[in-house]
Design a protein around this ligand. Structure first.
Ligand SMILES: [Fe+2]
Ligand SMILES: [Fe+2]
Length: 296
């Protein structure tokens, strides 16, 4: 994997040039795009998902391992994907498949000024599960996309780690030593942040527009034109995961006007947030542990 795409003399890095050089297909495994297509296609069903999963024996094995993890509490061990879909449902198996396909990216051990890839993985899984929990609890019409959006929202951080490592080290050093927002530090060093980088790489890929939009606006949900609600959900889940100290924690303080904007956008009251804070951390932690075990 090239680590020096951002290397340059003293001129600012050209985002357009960089995103043109990063091939989205070499960034995420092909199977991720196929599973995402099923998310968007209302006519797709269990058989389509089984076909996609079974093209990859290692993914199939991991999906079955996850299905039988304590978190899902199935009474008898499940040995095939079709039965897993019958037992846990299409959406659950789609989410598990997506997660085990994306997790390959996080296996290499990068440890930079308090940032570890495995901790970013815990953050992404945490935001994905929490976004889904909030969506289901509040009956939001976002449950279909909440998990995928959470899982991929910070994928730009991995791209920086992979393709701009020298600059990324400076970003993480500044963020951790001075307790500053990672986006601010990224813009200072590189002139763009992880949102702009991931959007540039994935906007023309097969990833659904809503997910690309979340990659772009999850720190400024009010700037999203079409997907303000989904961005708001991810903003809330992101901030709550940080406050629960699950995985990698950005040093950004909660911006109250933005947080309140998100609550309004989704019709969530402060009292509901209190309930999330009381009820969700235990279940969330056990889910994140199950999903982290597949990294090993
Ligand atoms: Fe982010
Ligand atoms: Fe995040």
């Amino acid at each position: 994997m090239p680590l020096d795409m951002c290397m340059r003399d003293s001129s600012p890095m050209d985002l357009e040039k960089l995103t043109a050089e990063i091939d989205h297909l070499s960034t995420l495994p092909d199977i991720v795009f196929k599973i995402m297509e099923l998310t968007n296609d209302k006519n797709s069903g269990a058989d389509d998902l089984v076909k996609v999963i079974q093209t990859d024996p290692s993914i199939t094995t991991k999906v079955l391992r996850m299905v039988n993890a304590p978190y899902y509490a199935v009474a008898n061990e499940i040995y095939d994907v079709k039965k897993a879909i019958v037992r846990l449902g299409f959406r659950a198996i789609r989410e598990i498949s997506l997660t085990v396909s994306v997790c390959e990216l996080f296996k290499s051990k990068s440890n930079i000024h308090g940032y570890k890839r495995s901790e970013l993985w815990r953050h992404l899984v945490g935001v994905a599960i929490l976004a889904k929990m909030i969506s289901e609890r509040m009956n939001l019409a976002l449950s279909n996309q909440a998990f995928s959006a959470g899982l991929l929202h910070d994928i730009g951080i991995i791209l920086m780690d992979q393709y701009c490592q020298d600059d990324f080290i400076k970003v993480m050093q500044n963020s951790s030593e001075n307790k500053r927002c990672v986006c601010e530090c990224e813009k200072e060093v590189l002139t763009f942040d992880h949102q702009m980088l991931s959007y540039g790489v994935f906007e023309k890929s097969e990833i659904p527009d809503s997910i690309a939009d979340v990659m772009r606006y999850h720190h400024q949900p009010q700037n999203s034109k079409e997907y303000a609600a989904l961005n708001s959900l991810i903003y809330i889940a992101d901030k709550l995961c940080n406050s629960f100290q699950i995985g990698y924690v950005d040093h950004c303080e909660i911006d109250n006007p933005t947080f309140n904007y998100c609550l309004n956008e989704l019709n969530i009251r402060s009292i509901d947030v209190k309930v999330f804070v009381e009820e969700f951390p235990e279940l969330l932690n056990s889910a994140v542990e199950s999903y982290t075990s597949i990294l090993n």
